[in-house]
Design a protein around this ligand. Structure first.
Ligand code: FES
Length: 108
């Protein structure tokens, strides 16, 4: 069964930034973008940089290594619309002052 897990408290992730957390064996990047928390797989599909360290703008994150951009809403690689390269996205909710994400066990 997949459940929400608390990764941080509201206020721990500044607007326009991300943080990475291990959830169910998967590194997840959780971002605060335009007042909303969004989560994608933290592992850049290009060469594995931590996307949580990237620059956030317009609900997208730019990888800190080679500047590939990924949508924080659906994980799409935004630099090539014909590519099927995509990052996994995860549900995020706020319960009280806790930021929680739902990551299926064994997701990579
Ligand atoms: S490792 Fe992310 S763009 Fe190269």
């Amino acid at each position: 069964m997949t459940e929400y897990q608390t990764v941080a408290k509201v206020g721990d992730i500044p607007e326009g930034q991300g943080r990475s957390f291990a959830v169910n064996g998967t590194m997840v990047g959780v971002f605060l973008s335009q007042g909303k928390y969004l989560a994608i797989n933290d592992f850049c599909p290009h060469m594995g940089a931590s996307l949580a360290d990237g620059h956030v703008e317009d609900d997208a994150v730019m990888c800190p290594w080679h500047a590939w951009r990924f949508s924080l809403k659906d994980g799409t690689w935004l630099d090539n619309s014909k590519s099927n390269i995509k990052s996994a996205c995860y549900e995020v909710r706020v319960d009280g002052d806790e930021i929680q994400v739902c990551v299926p066990a064994g997701d990579t």
